[in-house]
Write a protein that binds this ligand. Structure first.
Ligand code: C2E
Ligand code: CA
Ligand code: CA
Length: 669
């Protein structure tokens, strides 16, 4: 957000700067234009004033010439000597006016053309002057008016006219000079005017461009904001808000087309553990990757949205009950490739719940709620997905009751343990038992652990349950030891137990109180429990190892733990998951897993236990592969504590002579 404000501010500054530069530019152009106009003005004023003066002088000359010609006429016809005298003075004055005007004209700055004209006038004047003077002089002395008149008409007047014509040329020249100066000035004004127009237009255009640019920018910001409101920034997927919209659309569409649709709600099974142990940054990367995989797995018309946290929802168009398994498999296989971070393989399981429109609900929030219930039901039953049924809701309620009853059962000792013998492959003798918890429910009878261990974890009862199992199993073992059966006992730790820092202390106290040496106790932990937080697991396992307890990795092969990582942990054994062992005769892949696990484990100095041995063939095959111990219905089902001693005394897997003890073997190692 901060980043955005800053970049927006940057744009604002840039626009303002650009605008200022443009304004300054325009202002300077206006100043230049105005100066140009004022210069043109002054120049024009100079020219016009100058020309006016010249024209005035030329006019004066012209008038004087005209008046003088007239005066000359008058003189020739006058008889009265007084009148003649006065007219003569007027004639002389006019001559003086003409000369003064001409001289003043000559004193002004002149063009060559003007100088040429004036030069010609001077010459003509010089030629005319004696003639004119002669005419005037004669009028004073002679009475022969006819002769005077003839001289005046034939010589003096034509000379005067020639001068007058030149003066006219001068006057016309002035006129045309003034006209062209005015024309130039007008052109200058027009240029400036055009420039101003241009500037105005470009300012307008600039304003327009800025407006378009800014509004484009603003609309982009707005669309970014709306994207933020509708899309999840981490995965780029639609968020809850947009999902709501899409669901409403889907409902409308489905009603119109009469085709049902469905939604799948999913969350990652171990995400919280990964997030806590590897950090939020890694968590974020994983979520983005999950989002990408989901998006790639769905059809273009379907929508995958992130609900928040590690929850995703997919809206599936034209989708009904029969499509559920196929779609679920598709999603699961998309998630099957393990996520790798920093050489660590992170195995994120995924649980999915489906609900359908219109058979389950007809509004978005109920659809989501039902998918959520279905997802929890799937988690509880250990399935990876399930479709909503009405019964699930009552199950939810049932869970709450069951939790309360379980709490009571632990307190009131209503749980019991069954013991399944662990057989040495070479001596074919039992070397110990695995303790498996049972709950004899007052109404429901014997409940298998898969039904209530997850409940115990959810209800925060798991540590007291583990404590109860340990105490009971060790007490049972102490009794066997007392009877001379030097056997071991294996106890299962729930994934959460492995992260309980108080566990080693509790175990140590129990061992001491009951009087069992640590080497007789094996703790089984699942690989996924280790993988979810390797660092934490490492600390607790190291403490337990120092105490002398045997550590086994249970259900090996179902997760994605690397043997390389296991090597760093202080574990002593691995238990190959029964799913591989049970199928290894038919399934070559499983056989390969069993064989290579035994081989690799031995290379790392680990003992191998095979679970789920149900047939003689399996037993034989495991012997051949060099498996160390095995467990399974073929040798014995889990036994109640009452049947235990009986079994020990009668079974072919345990005779009086047997002295083989895994503990002693391990201590030899
Ligand atoms: P697990 O640790 O893998 O235990 C082995 C399970 O396989 C047992 O189921 C056992 O009865 C069954 N089994 C043994 N041999 C065979 C065979 O040949 N074929 C087949 N199909 N199954 C065989 P059970 O007792 O129902 O336990 C299920 C799971 O519950 C255990 O799996 C373990 O993870 C958990 N569990 C049992 N007891 C406890 C306990 O005291 N504490 C905790 N935290 N978990 C427990
Ligand atoms: Ca086990
Ligand atoms: Ca197991």
């Amino acid at each position: 957000m901060k980043q955005k404000t800053r970049s927006f501010f940057g744009i604002g500054t840039r626009i303002a700067t650009g605008f200022t530069v443009m304004l300054v530019l325009m202002a300077s152009l206006v100043v230049i234009g105005l100066r140009h106009i004022s210069e043109t003005n002054t120049r024009l004023k100079d020219i016009v004033e100058n020309n006016n003066v010249k024209t005035q002088l030329a006019n004066t000359m012209q008038n004087a010439l005209r008046e003088r010609a007239l005066s000359m006429h008058v003189l020739t016809v006058m008889n009265d000597p007084f009148d003649k005298d006065e007219e003569l003075r007027r004639f002389d004055t006019l001559g003086a006016i003409y000369v003064t005007a001409r001289q003043r004209l000559e004193g002004l700055p002149l063009s060559t053309e003007e100088e040429d004209i004036l030069a010609r006038i001077r010459v003509l004047t010089r030629e005319a002057q004696p003639e004119v003077q002669a005419v005037v002089d004669t009028t004073m002395t002679t009475a022969d008016t006819q002769d005077i008149f003839d001289r005046m008409r034939n010589i003096a007047i034509p000379k005067q006219r020639e001068i007058a014509e030149e003066v006219s040329v001068l006057i016309n020249l002035q006129k045309s000079l003034t006209a062209s100066a005015v024309k130039n000035a007008e052109k200058s004004y027009r240029d400036v005017q055009e420039l101003m127009f241009l500037l105005g237009a470009s300012a307008l255009a600039l304003g327009l461009v800025i407006t378009i640019f800014v509004s484009h920018r603003v609309s982009r910001q707005a669309s970014q904001l709306s994207a933020q409101a509708l899309y999840d920034p981490l995965t780029g997927l639609p968020n809850r808000n947009l999902l709501q919209d899409r669901l409403e659309q889907a409902i409308v569409q489905s009603r119109r087309s009469k085709q049902p649709f469905g939604i799948a709600l999913m969350d990652l099974d171990r995400f919280k553990e990964v997030n806590d142990s590897l950090g939020h940054d890694v968590g974020d990367i994983l979520l983005a990757e999950v989002g990408l995989r989901l998006k790639q797995a769905i059809r273009a018309e379907d929508t995958v949205a992130r609900m928040g946290g590690d929850e995703f929802i997919i809206v599936l168009h034209n989708f009904s009950e029969s499509d559920v398994p196929k779609f679920a498999e598709k999603i699961l296989s998309a998630m099957n490739t393990p996520f790798v971070w920093d050489d660590q393989i992170i195995d994120l399981g995924l649980s999915m719940g489906f609900s359908l429109f219109p058979s389950h609900a007809n509004d978005p929030s109920s659809l989501i709620r039902y998918a959520d219930i279905a997802m929890y039901a799937a988690k509880k039953s250990g399935e990876s997905y399930s479709l909503y049924t009405r019964a699930m809701e009552s199950n939810n309620l049932a869970d709450l009751t069951l939790k309360a009853e379980l709490r009571e059962a632990i307190q009131l000792n209503r749980l019991s343990l069954h013991y399944q013998p662990v057989i040495d492959q070479i001596s074919k003798r039992a070397i110990g038992f695995e303790a498996l918890v049972r709950w004899n429910h007052p109404e429901r009878g014997f409940l298998p652990p898969d039904k209530f261990i997850p409940l115990a974890e959810e209800a925060g009862l798991i540590s007291s349950l583990t404590e109860w199992v340990l105490k009971t199993a060790l007490t049972q073992l102490a009794a066997l030891h007392e009877q001379g059966y030097r056997l071991n006992i294996s106890v299962n730790l729930s994934p959460r137990g492995l992260h309980d820092k108080e566990l080693p202390g509790i175990i140590a106290t129990q061992l001491m109180d009951i009087g069992i040496q640590a080497k007789y106790l094996t703790l089984e932990i699942t690989e996924s429990a280790v993988m979810s937080n390797p660092q934490n697991a490492f600390e607790i396992l190291t403490t337990l190892d120092h105490m002398g307890v045997t550590l086994a990795i249970d259900d090996f092969g179902t997760g994605h733990s690397s043997l390389a990582l296991l090597k760093k942990l202080p574990v002593d054994e691995i238990k190959i998951d029964k799913s591989f062992v049970m199928d290894m005769e038919e399934n070559e892949n499983d056989a390969v897993i069993v064989r290579s696990t035994i081989y690799l484990a031995h290379n790392l100095g680990l003992k191998v236990v095979a679970e789920g041995v149900e047939t003689q063939e399996s037993w034989d095959m495991l012997s051949l592969l060099g498996c160390d111990y095995s467990q399974g219905y073929f040798m014995s089902h889990p036994l109640s504590s009452e049947k235990l001693v009986e079994w020990l005394s009668k079974s072919v897997w345990f005779g009086e002579t047997s002295t083989s003890s895994r503990a002693s073997e391990i201590s030899v190692n």
